[in-house]
Write a protein that binds this ligand. Structure first.
Ligand SMILES: Cc1cc2nc3c(=O)[nH]c(=O)nc-3n(C[C@H](O)[C@H](O)[C@H](O)COP(=O)(O)O)c2cc1C
Length: 189
C-alpha cells in the first residue's frame, strides 16, 4: 500500500486544485491510500525567531503528515505567475532543518489548475524548483489544467484525459516509492 499525501496550494473551499486532488484520489488504484491535507491555512508566517522547539502545532502536524506519507502529490494554483504565498510559507517551515527536512528524498509530483489558458504551468515549474531545493525527489510530471472552471461539475472532474493523466502521475509516484524501497533493501543486503 502506497500512502500518498495530497496538498493543495489553494485554501478556498471550492478550489479547482483541491477538486483536482479529489479526482486524483478517485483515479488512484486500490493499492494507494490517499489523504488530503486540510491544515495549510493554520500555518503561521515563517519567522526564524519562532522556529524553536516545540514548533507551532500546525507546523508539527504538517511535518508529521509528510513523514507518515510515502509520497506527496501537490496541486498548485498560479498566483501572479508563481505559487501562492501560503504554500511557499509552509514549505519554508518544512525546509528546516535543511539536512533532515521532512521532504528530503521524498518522492513528490506536482500538478496544477488555473482558470487561465496555461493551466498554472509557471507555478508548477516554480513549485518543482522549490521542492528540488529542499532535496525532494521531484518527478518529471506536469499536468496543466487550463480553464479549470470548465473541467468540473457537481459530480467532479468531467475530463477523461485529465483523469488519465492523474492516474499516470500517481502510478509514477508509486513506482518511485517502490524503486526507493528496493534501493534501501539492496543497501542493507
Ligand atoms: C491573487 C491571484 C493571482 C492570480 N494569478 C494568476 C496567474 O498568474 N495566472 C493564472 O493563470 N491565473 C491566475 N489567477 C487565477 C487563478 O488561476 C484562479 O483563481 C484559480 O481558480 C485559483 O485556483 P483554485 O481554484 O484552486 O483556488 C490568480 C488568482 C488570484 C486570486
Amino acid at each position: 500500500m502506497t500512502r500518498v499525501l495530497a496538498i493543495s496550494g489553494s485554501l478556498r473551499r471550492d478550489s479547482h486544485n483541491t477538486n483536482l486532488l479529489r479526482a486524483a484520489a478517485e483515479a488512484a488504484g486500490p493499492d494507494v491510500e490517499f489523504l488530503l491535507y486540510d491544515g495549510l491555512k493554520e500555518i503561521p508566517p515563517y519567522d526564524e525567531d519562532d522556529d524553536v522547539h516545540p514548533r507551532p502545532a500546525s507546523v508539527s502536524r504538517l511535518g508529521s503528515a509528510i513523514d507518515a506519507a510515502d509520497a506527496i502529490l501537490f496541486s498548485t494554483p498560479e498566483y501572479n505567475s508563481s505559487i501562492p504565498g501560503q504554500l511557499k510559507n509552509a514549505l519554508d517551515w518544512i525546509s528546516r532543518p535543511v539536512a533532515t527536512n521532512a521532504l528530503r528524498n521524498k518522492p513528490v509530483a506536482v500538478v496544477g489548475a488555473s482558470t487561465g489558458a496555461f493551466g498554472a504551468v509557471w507555478a508548477q515549474a516554480e513549485l518543482r524548483k522549490v521542492l528540488a531545493a529542499l532535496g525532494a525527489r521531484v518527478l518529471d510530471v506536469e499536468l496543466p489544467v487550463a480553464q479549470a472552471h470548465t473541467r468540473f461539475d457537481e459530480t467532479g472532474l468531467t475530463d477523461e484525459e485529465i483523469r488519465g493523466a492523474l492516474a499516470d502521475a500517481i502510478e509514477a509516484l508509486a513506482a518511485e516509492v517502490e524503486a526507493r524501497q528496493d534501493e534501501r533493501t539492496h543497501a542493507v543486503a
